[in-house]
Ligand binder design. Structure first.
Ligand SMILES: [Zn+2]
Length: 149
């Protein structure tokens, strides 16, 4: 009996420490949606092949975060988040991005496009959620992620 108590106490402490550590860690929900669009662009002031007009099948991923769900257990309807991402991207689909504002004035790099999509979504999402990142991939090998810290 005594032996059981001696071995039981440190074991119990270990479990308690692990449990309290996980309670203090910051937890949240992250929701992601992804879409693909086809468009052409050309880079301005770029000394390489990308200064010539060319196209990509761009993959765009967006992620938002929230601490709480609503009463139905959702942060936001993923269909609505997906609809917003596609509404934003629709502006560029099957177009020359350099002709679509603001990229008629701003170089249509993946960096600038990721920031634009991030800001657009942040403006259109409800205040209960916060944008976390947008990543844009021109190819399987090259992508840019614009992210909150
Ligand atoms: Zn390109």
């Amino acid at each position: 009996m005594g032996l059981l108590q001696i071995t039981g106490v440190p074991f119990g402490d270990t479990i308690q420490s692990a449990a309290s550590a996980s309670k203090t860690g910051k937890r949240m929900y992250e929701l992601r949606v992804k879409t693909v669009f086809s468009a052409a662009h050309h880079l301005i002031d770029y000394p390489g092949a990308c200064q010539r007009i060319h196209g990509h099948n761009w993959t765009v991923c967006a992620a938002l975060r929230a601490n709480e769900t609503d009463q139905s257990g959702m942060v936001i309807d993923l269909m609505e988040f997906n609809r917003l991402l596609n509404e934003c991207i629709e502006q560029f689909d099957h177009r020359v991005i350099n002709t679509v504002p603001p990229f008629d004035r701003i170089n249509p790099t993946s960096e600038n496009m990721a920031k634009y999509v991030y800001d657009w979504l942040a403006e259109h999402l409800p205040e209960s959620v916060r944008m976390h990142h947008v990543s844009i991939a021109e190819t399987d090998s090259f992508s840019v992620r614009y992210t909150a810290e």
